[in-house]
Design a protein around this ligand. Structure first.
Ligand SMILES: [Ca+2]
Ligand SMILES: [Ca+2]
Length: 335
């Protein structure tokens, strides 16, 4: 048991992997077997393993009940001390009783392999937790997933609904992505500047906040939330039998990459508008020129109107003093 390659055997189902800042690798998946001191509780249990930079397995911990567990997402806190795993379960966990069929679960483990807690996100119907991301300060844990039922805080059911939930030990809030039919949130990333959370997923015959998805086949979408839970916008990324497969945000928080599996593998890039341009959503491939009388710095969502006695030309980043012998109203220069 001293090499990573040993670990890949056919009754272990790897699903997800994360790397900590101190170069340890955490993997999660599910298994019907037992392993070392870890005894399977029944059906499939989730396993979490820590592998160090040399490929040596440091520990393996089971997260299981008598029901079936599967893991879909894993994240490590920036300080490397906490590991969060999300997935679904048909069983019960100590103080958390399953609400029916599958419930989504969130499990927190320490970097030494002890299980801190397990929380369920569930309705009387099918529920799932698909991905997890952690804020830069490590205090906020964002979980996405989808439900066929009615979750706490959810007012009505529109086909398959997707949620974004925030945890800081307990669940702070859970918001439903505003879609009209079936939406499946599959990937989540909190930005490094702590301002936003991006969610990628797949949708069927749905409009998300007015943004039309494909009417006939599975589309993929990108959604932005603010860190206080406010929905910001939705974008269609691909409209032809596509599934969201990954999501990444640049360290500067100004570039979003969304990967999609369709007839071919695709990557969509959304970036902040450059100086002298703007876009209402802040990220776009089609930025507008800053209008006459205003200025726009990089990433602008709204042009800033020049003050009295100042003017600017289209595409400006700075207001200029009104010229002698001219007058300037609302940022426009009149000779
Ligand atoms: Ca189990
Ligand atoms: Ca359920």
């Amino acid at each position: 048991m001293d090499s990573f390659s040993w670990f890949i055997c056919n009754w272990w189902n790897f699903k997800t992997v994360a790397v900590s800042s101190d170069q340890n690798v955490y993997v999660a998946g599910s298994t019907t077997g037992s392993f070392g001191s870890q005894t399977n509780q029944g059906g499939r249990d989730v396993f979490v393993s820590k592998v160090d930079g040399t490929g040596s397995i440091q520990w393996t911990k089971f997260v299981g009940s008598s029901g079936d567990e599967e893991a879909f997402g894993i994240a490590v806190s920036p300080d490397g001390n906490s590991i969060y795993v999300v997935g679904r379960t048909t069983g019960n966990f100590s103080t958390n009783t399953n609400s029916g069929f599958n419930d989504g679960f969130v499990a927190k483990l320490s970097d030494s392999g002890s299980l801190t807690w397990v929380k369920l996100i569930g309705s009387e119907s099918q529920d799932n937790a698909t991905d997890v991301s952690i804020s830069p300060d490590g205090n906020s844990v964002y979980v996405v997933g989808y439900t066929l039922g009615l979750l706490t805080g959810q007012s009505s059911v529109q086909g398959v609904d997707s949620y974004l939930a925030k945890f800081d030990g307990n669940m702070d809030w859970l918001n439903i992505i505003p879609g009209t039919n079936d939406e499946y949130a599959l990937n989540v990333k909190a930005t490094a500047d702590s301002t936003a959370i991006y969610i990628a997923g797949s949708a069927l015959k749905s409009r998300i906040n007015g943004q039309e998805m494909s009417s006939g086949s599975i589309s993929t979408f990108l959604v932005k939330y603010l860190t206080n839970g406010t929905f910001t916008w939705a974008r269609l990324t691909n409209s032809f039998s596509a599934t969201s497969s990954g999501l990444a945000v640049s360290s500067g928080s100004n570039e979003i990459y969304s990967s999609v599996s369709s007839a071919s593998a695709l990557i969509y890039r959304f970036s902040a508008c450059p100086n002298g341009t703007y876009y209402p959503d802040g990220l776009s491939g089609e930025c507008f020129d800053c209008p006459v009388g205003s200025t726009c710095s990089v990433g602008s969502t709204t042009p800033v109107v020049c003050g009295s006695g100042k003017y600017s030309r289209a595409g400006s980043v700075a207001c200029l003093d009104c010229q002698q012998g001219s007058y300037c109203v609302n940022g426009e220069l009149t000779m």
